[in-house]
Design a protein around this ligand. Structure first.
Ligand code: NAI
Ligand code: MG
Length: 363
């Protein structure tokens, strides 16, 4: 089978991290005949400089035709003065919008070797493995009206509107239940039904989808503020958390910090399944940005990018054994004491970006 990957390395450390994924792709093609075909295109500031837009129409077409898009990172001080709609980050927003990526997946996994690097006690986070499923294309970030009105009496009024239609809640709920089915079978839905109509309706729709289609799984409801508290107090109680765009933005950043470095955190953004092929549009990217402060030095941690590729194997290609093997290789490399600067600890061996990629590829 042919598996089409579009690589969008981007700016800063993006290309350095992506180079390590390319090593893994080459190894997988050579050793296991995975049949990956890669194309590489510019995105972000690099695309703005060369093509006049942070993602060109041609690149957008490649992204829509690929089985999966791997995205590095975009942005940097060089493009600070660029107009809002042409800034590097606008490239990522266009990809998300045109690919209709409505489900953002952010795992929080605690590697035993890094448990002491967390600000929480080892027993609270050791063995942690949760997945936040954030609604990404609706809610208060996009709802209308969205404006600042001059009231004329020296006062202004700022308005954002939280809007969720039935289909938007249904599809994110189904995505969360499907994911839970491949994990430990539990979904926790978070909203604020006590003070928000959209929270009340979110709760109602998620409850119905569970009752009608996924009654064999466990559904639990939690108020989002209380959920934030529980994430820090006892995170291991969670398997899959499903929540809206705004709460998901905050809760996933909290969950990220449970496990330590930004350089370790992968993410996936999934679209609707094609009715004929069942294939989902999908984009995989590390949570971190372009890290201009360390770019070009060969010291960036490529594991977030590599773990994002593991998510692509899992969710776009159903290569579960390969994804598990890759995740296990990451854990083994950490266990063996190889560390990039951002996760360096006493008694460990400091290695660079390329050595880290080599160590994973070797395993
Ligand atoms: P950042 O994530 O790029 O860096 C924050 C800090 O974490 C820096 O000290 C950096 O050196 C460190 N860091 C990040 N990734 C690392 C890695 N893989 N290995 C080792 N250390 C790592 O966030 P920042 O500094 O706020 O933003 C820098 C640029 O990146 C800005 O232009 C921003 O707009 C952009 N950005 C892009 C994102 C994307 O492409 N999705 C997401 C976040 C920021
Ligand atoms: Mg955020």
């Amino acid at each position: 089978a042919t598996r089409k990957l579009l690589l969008l390395p981007g700016d800063g450390i993006g290309p350095e991290a992506m180079a390590e994924v390319e090593k893994l792709v080459a190894v997988m093609n050579d050793v296991t005949g995975s049949g990956f075909v890669t194309e590489t295109a510019l995105v972000g500031g690099a695309a703005y400089d060369a093509e006049g837009a942070p993602v060109s129409d041609a690149t957008m077409d490649l992204a829509l035709a690929a089985d999966a898009v791997l995205f590095g990172a975009v942005g940097g001080p060089k493009w600070d003065g660029v107009a809002y709609e042409k800034r590097p980050e606008a490239g990522l927003l266009r990809l998300r919008k045109d690919m209709q990526l409505f489900a953002n997946l952010r795992p929080a996994i605690c590697y035993p070797a890094l448990a002491d690097a967390s600000s929480l006690k080892r027993e609270i986070i050791e063995g942690l493995d949760l997945l936040i499923v954030r609604e990404l294309t609706g809610g208060v970030y996009f709802g209308e009206p969205k404006e600042i009105i001059d009231l004329g009496n020296g006062q202004k009024r700022a308005i954002d509107t939280q809007v969720y239609d039935t289909y938007e809640i249904e599809r994110i709920a189904r995505a969360a239940f499907e994911l839970a089915r491949t994990r430990r079978g539990k979904v926790t839905s978070m909203e604020k039904r006590n003070v928000m109509k959209s929270g009340l309706y979110w709760n109602e729709v998620v409850t119905r989808i569970h009752r009608d289609e996924y009654a064999d799984l466990t559904l639990e409801h939690m108020l989002a503020d209380s959920g934030g508290m529980q994430l820090v107090r006892a995170p291991k109680q969670f398997d899959v958390i499903v929540t809206d765009n705004l709460f998901g933005d905050m809760l996933s950043d909290i969950a990220a910090m449970l496990t330590g470095s930004l350089g370790m955190l992968p993410s996936a953004s999934l679209g609707a399944a094609d009715e004929v092929t069942g294939r989902r549009k999908a984009l995989y990217e590390p949570v971190h940005g372009s890290a201009p402060d360390i770019a070009g030095k060969g010291i960036a941690n490529p594991l977030a990018m590599i773990a994002s590729f593991a998510m692509a194997l899992r969710y776009s290609f159903a290569m579960i054994a390969e994804a598990d093997a890759l995740d296990a290789s990451i854990a083994e490399v950490l266990e063996s004491g190889g560390r990039t600067a951002d996760i360096m600890a006493e008694g460990c061996r400091r290695i660079g970006t390329s050595e880290m990629g080599d160590a994973v590829a070797e395993r």
